[in-house]
Design a binder for this molecule. Structure first.
Ligand code: GLY
Ligand code: MN
Ligand code: MN
Length: 454
């Protein structure tokens, strides 16, 4: 949800937010010391204008800027961080009779704003250049070259960005509150989407029901909602909304979230329709059960790569139990059979970006990546879990013809019951995705709590 107009009950956790900002100031001061900087200047970003047009593309404020300023959607603004000084926020709110300008935050409505010195910009203007050596973070390509030149700053230094990305991996209490609220809002959407599906809605009807119940316009969702009926449930990032209800209704997959102060939820549910075969219902139940077992294993120190491989072993057991593949679990994983049924990773870090930063860089000082294991190139998180990390757990199982067909013609094809594959194909697939925060001795599931009803 865009919160620049403060026209909605805003989530205020004033104390937690103050603590969050104090911790950020310390982290930035340490980074400035280590990188010999006198200031870090962050740009909020600005919307891209379509060619020869007067309309802008959907806009998201820069995530490092939002880490400080909880005004998702704010553009053309600047933040200057210096050691020992209050953050200086140049907040762009033009006098504009065509559009409604952002509301300037007041201490009553937005207690966080007391932590900042705020300068109201009525026109896109450069901040006063802080003295000394400065780094500029933001989408530099969008700024006029003379702006960067006038600031005489080093733009997006890689080592500094890595360090600040690392500071986003473990969430503060305030950030967890935002993620919790985002999960709750998305859950309302998911329940409404399911009802609309059961009533016979087309994909577009289901999408509109989701948006209405989660109180979001389409440009405010953290990523394009995936609403797939039948075979469309097998298209991992299906991006259309069909206008017609299909004649048979086998299944629905909805992968959709919500955004609170820029923090995303990312939840998937799969539902069997009136025309679903028993084997599809069994597949949904099986993936749901194995997802819960994987969640039960979460704790600090757990290697996410090992958990991803465990997901494949569990999936293989399920495929064997359902009679879809006859080989042992180990053989299925080793021969790449489960990878054809589930080509994506077990999940990822979650935060101001849906696929949040630093998922593959456990060693942020050297910047060394930990690559996913062979045969699993899409795994986005290859770290050991730490307390405070926000992650998703999203096992899936799909009938994707372009991945399964090649198996038919080699030795592996003999171990697969192709009549069951054909029976399942009109259902597309299953994905079950929850959002979690790692705690001292396990994980807090933000999605499966009584308040969400999921
Ligand atoms: N919604 C994209 C994902 O689950 O990663
Ligand atoms: Mn996800
Ligand atoms: Mn998702």
């Amino acid at each position: 949800m865009s919160d620049i107009y403060l026209n909605d009950p805003v989530l205020t956790h004033a104390d937690a937010q103050r603590t969050h900002l104090t911790a950020l100031q310390h982290r930035y001061e340490l980074a400035m010391q280590q990188h010999a900087l006198d200031a870090i200047v962050l740009h909020s970003g600005k919307p891209k204008r379509h060619f020869a047009d007067d309309q802008d593309a959907t806009f998201k404020s820069h995530a490092h800027f939002l880490h400080w300023v909880p005004m998702a959607g704010l553009s053309d603004s600047w933040l200057v961080i210096r050691p020992g000084e209050r953050p200086l926020l140049y907040l762009y709110a033009p006098d504009d009779f065509w559009h409604l300008s952002p509301t300037l935050p007041t201490p009553e409505a937005a207690p966080w704003s007391e932590a900042f010195e705020i300068v109201h910009l009525r026109k896109p203007t450069l901040p006063t250049r802080p003295n000394g050596r400065i780094a500029l973070l933001g989408e530099i390509a969008l700024l006029q070259p003379d702006v960067v030149e006038a600031l005489n700053a080093e733009a997006n230094p890689a080592a500094l960005l890595r360090q600040l990305d690392e500071g986003r991996v473990c969430k503060s209490e305030f950030e967890v509150a935002c993620l919790e609220e985002a999960s709750l809002r998305a859950a309302r959407g998911h329940l409404a989407a399911r009802r609309r599906f059961m009533d016979g809605g087309a994909e577009l009807d289901i999408q509109l029901a989701y948006l209405g119940a989660s109180r979001q316009r389409e440009s405010d969702v953290p990523y394009g909602n995936i609403v797939g009926l039948n075979e469309h449930a097998a298209v991992l990032h299906y991006q259309h909304y069909a206008l017609q209800t299909p004649v048979t209704r086998h299944s629905l997959l909805v992968d959709a979230g919500a955004s609170v102060h820029g923090y995303a939820s990312d939840i998937t549910r799969s539902w069997a329709g009136d025309d679903a075969l028993p084997i599809y219902r069994a597949l949904v139940e099986g993936v749901d059960a194995l997802q819960k077992r994987l969640i039960a294993a979460l704790a600090p120190g757990v290697d996410y790569v090992a958990l991803h491989l465990e997901m494949h072993r569990e999936l293989a057991e399920l495929l064997r139990t359902l009679g879809i593949v006859s080989l042992s679990a180990e053989a299925q994983v080793e021969q790449g059979i489960t990878a054809a049924f589930c080509p994506h990773g077990l999940g990822h870090l979650l935060g101001l970006q849906v696929h949040d930063v630093a998922g593959r860089i456990p060693d942020f000082i050297s910047g060394d990546m930990r690559h996913p294991p062979a045969g699993h190139p899409m795994l986005r998180l290859t770290r050991k879990l730490q307390e405070g990390m926000a992650i998703t757990i999203e096992p899936g199982c799909y009938i994707i013809p372009m991945l399964l067909e090649p198996l038919r013609n080699d030795a592996r094809g003999k171990a697969i019951d192709w009549s069951l594959i054909e029976a399942l194909a009109p259902h597309g697939g299953v994905r079950i995705e929850d959002n979690l925060v790692i705690t001292a001795d396990g994980a807090h599931n933000l999605t499966r709590v009584p308040e969400t009803g999921l």
